[in-house]
Design a protein around this ligand. Structure first.
Ligand code: TXA
Ligand code: MG
Length: 480
């Protein structure tokens, strides 16, 4: 390892078998691999062509109800209608875009439908799901105790005004950030209409009103709240395009709605206003600073940890699992890691080449420049091509290329070492938008190792979310 670097090996090393996750996986009776693969269809939906989607607005409650009027002649509207019917009538989940990442949705009120999500994703059963709603009136209906109990038996010191079951602490958040990338924790009422599998036994449920019009329209047409985790196979990077979903879940679901790439690129912030002081359980599209700007949220605490710390149970159960990981080993260089900035990279890459890496991926952000460094071949490994077989001589510069995210370029091998680089962008929102695509693209190239240039968590926007996902994906962190 190059001088001056501090290296921390992650405690959540990946299993050799990419399908093995470090968690108990729920497998419903006979639903797993014994089932023949399903035919998976990708249905494009251009939301501007479906008709009309809009909120009924009143000054008091601008998000009260959502009205969707479909154009009968539109094929895009027909796709949306078919997906909504599928959600109502089957137990196989439907993948759909939100502004954060693609979700895998099911009717949150039916156990059999919700269990279909866990089966398709191979998701641990103790990881609760976020409930996606399309209007405040729909959310209120989830907070009412069911008729089995008289209303007076449902008590909470959090609620006001008297007739609104949404705790008052959330009013400024809903006003500023909904619809959008924010999930809030709410108390489950007695005899909740939600299937118990949604909450995984917790007394609360997470609710989010997405800003994607496609997602909102789908929920409205389905007529039920949709439980929806990210639509990746459990442990893999979240999907930000329909093609990512297809890669992970083809054969396991029937329908993927394709609404194009997601605008935010990382998942929603999970905020808990039921605790005192309020806290963030998962960083996401809304930053800590943005939350602290809201009345009642000035002292919001951070209740998540980026690393996998044994023995500590995070309050968002999902945060304890191996996550966001591509097949390749991820080496994360923290912002300013090793003090070397750009100059750190060549010796670092050389270290991994010495250990046998032949296909190398690089995700650049703010400071790293295009990679071009001569690398010496390890003494015990003959060159795989080219005339130079003397291990003491430096190899020519590795084949390298800077590729746009969707490029299909391939590289000529040069002495057995190939380097692919992707520039994620320089601003936190740009980096967030291309992060999961970048990890997946390098996986597609079959790289052995991915070096990622970290950014400063404190720069706001989605920076903390980006670094949280990267630290969870990384086997090795440098400069911490
Ligand atoms: O942006 C998003 O939130 C995406 C899109 C599809 O909406 N969804 C998503 O869901 O990321 P998922 O299932 O991948 O992550 C949900 C996170 C997990 O960390 C889970 O533990 C936490 O939210 N969560 C859900 N309900 C909770 C609850 N009642 N208490 C604490 N944490 C909860
Ligand atoms: Mg997820």
């Amino acid at each position: 390892m190059a001088d001056g670097l501090s290296v921390k090996d992650g405690s959540h090393r990946k299993s050799e078998d990419e399908n093995t996750i470090i968690a108990e996986v729920f497998v419903p009776n006979g639903l797993e691999d014994s089932q023949p693969p399903m035919k998976t269809r990708v249905l494009p939906v251009d939301i501007s062509k479906i008709g009309h989607v809009g909120f009924t607005s009143s000054l008091k409650s601008p998000l009260e109800d959502l009205i969707v009027t479909l154009d009968e002649a539109s094929p895009d509207a027909a796709h949306l209608r078919e997906a909504a019917r599928h959600l109502r009538e089957t137990n196989i989940p439907v993948a759909f875009p939100t502004e954060t990442v693609y979700g895998l949705g099911a009717d949150a009120t039916r156990s059999a439908a919700v269990r279909g999500i866990y089966a398709a994703k191979r998701r641990p059963l103790d990881n609760p799901l976020i409930v996606h709603i399309c209007s405040l009136s729909q959310l209120r209906s989830l907070l009412q105790p069911q008729p089995l109990l008289p209303r007076s038996s449902h008590t909470s010191d959090q609620r006001s005004p008297p007739n609104d079951p949404i705790p008052a602490i959330y009013a400024p958040l809903i006003q500023r950030f909904w619809p959008g990338p924010l999930t809030i924790l709410l108390p489950s009422p007695p005899h909740s209409v939600l299937a118990p599998e949604v909450t995984a036994g917790l007394p609360t449920f997470g609710a989010r009103m997405p800003s994607s019009l496609l997602a909102l329209a789908l929920i409205r047409l389905a007529g039920v709240p949709l439980a929806a985790p990210s639509a990746n196979a459990s442990t893999r990077p979240s999907p930000t395009t329909a093609q990512h979903v297809q890669h992970d879940l083809a054969g396991r679901i029937h329908l993927i709605l394709d609404g194009g790439p997601c605008a935010v690129g990382v998942e929603s912030t999970v905020a808990d206003g039921l605790s005192h002081p309020p806290s963030i359980l998962r960083p996401g599209g809304i930053s800590l600073e943005q939350l602290r700007d809201c009345p009642g949220w000035e002292h919001t605490t951070v209740a998540y940890k980026d690393g996998a710390e044994p023995g500590t149970a995070p309050r968002a159960p999902g945060m304890k699992y191996k996550h966001y990981a591509p097949k390749a080993r991820v080496v994360l260089v923290e912002a300013g890691g090793g003090g070397g900035g750009d100059s750190l990279l060549p010796p670092l890459v050389q270290t991994y080449v010495d250990q046998g890496a032949r296909r190398v991926g690089i995700l650049r952000t703010k400071r790293w420049t295009a990679f071009s460094a001569p690398m010496t071949r390890p003494a015990d490994t003959p060159a795989t091509n080219g005339p130079n077989n003397d291990p003491s001589l430096p190899l020519p510069t590795a084949a390298r290329s800077t590729i746009p995210l969707d490029a299909s370029a391939s590289l000529r091998p040069a002495n057995g070492i190939q380097v692919w680089e992707i520039a994620l962008g320089e601003s936190a929102p740009d980096i967030a938008r291309s992060l999961f695509s970048g990890l997946r693209e390098l996986d597609r190239r079959g790289v052995d190792v991915i070096f990622v240039e970290g950014i400063d968590d404190a720069e706001g926007d989605a920076a903390a979310a980006v670094m949280n996902r990267l630290r969870k994906a990384a086997e090795v962190e440098i400069g911490v």
